[in-house]
Design a protein around this ligand. Sequence first.
Ligand code: A3P
Length: 308
Amino acid sequence: MAGETRRIAAYDDALHAENPEDLRTGECGYKYRLLDGLVVPPYVTPGRYAHARAFEMRPDDVCYVSYPKSGSTWLAHIIFLILHDGESPAEGTLRSQLHWLESSWTYPRSPDELEQLPSPRIFKSHMPYRMALGGGPDRSRGRFIYIARNPKDVAVSYYHFERAKAWSGHYDGSWAHWLEMLTNGRVQRGDWFDHVLGWWNSRQLGNLLFLKYEDLLRDFPAQLRRLVGFLGVDPDERTLDKIEQLTRFDAMKTDRFANMHEIEDFEGFFREGRVGSWRDQFTAQQDAWFSQVIAERLAGSRLDFDYE
Ligand code: A3P
């Protein structure tokens, strides 16, 4: 499969921050911006955010949303293949088919470009419910798919991905420091619990589908059926099977359409792709403490996760 070869240069304040003077540096060099009270990456700029909030989605547009490191790229690939009969285009890459309005880096599109694009358009977002694209599922005509992942694996995946990245100020804190920052909502995209619960609590809306990473791994065909039903398409068995094969971790990792190879500084993106890699990172004490935090913060929500 041909892949777009144009490199997407690494994040750079001078090119992507819009107003670098507003950026802040926290402990261990951690760089961020405060936007409407939320800790966000420097490339989520006030201008891009305002554009994203005011954006009018078409009824058949799809926006997939997650807290970082929850399997959103995997979900993007699945959605793309469902909407394109299981076929990847001969030219371009998955990134070039997605639109990330809140970001000034990697997926910038002008309002005119967006307007010219045929339906259904696929949007990406990492915003909490209160800051969602186009006003969110209860105000927008578009369709939203949220993917959540257990917070232990998210914390570990995020730590490995975020360290030493330009957009995080080349953060060099320890794992213990990261876990403390994440638990207190001081990492980019803020508090994991607020993020996930904000979307979970609106899951009854007809234009919002709530998925879990662990369910996709455990029973892909059942989750794929939920997705195709939600998206209103009816692929045949052969196409469904093809989508499953193409989006497996090992297949995606080497697929130049979907593996994001063109983005500089994305090495190691396909790290483990499984449930339970947190066991290699958490000490027994950290696990006991974080499990308690999870129990308290999710109490009464009826939201739970598989950890193994
Ligand atoms: P790990 O770091 O635990 O391996 P996001 O796309 O939201 O940034 O999420 C990234 C996480 O999803 C990484 O987790 C990555 O390996 C995992 N991932 C990516 N593609 C996957 C796939 N096809 N199947 C399972 N996990 C996948």
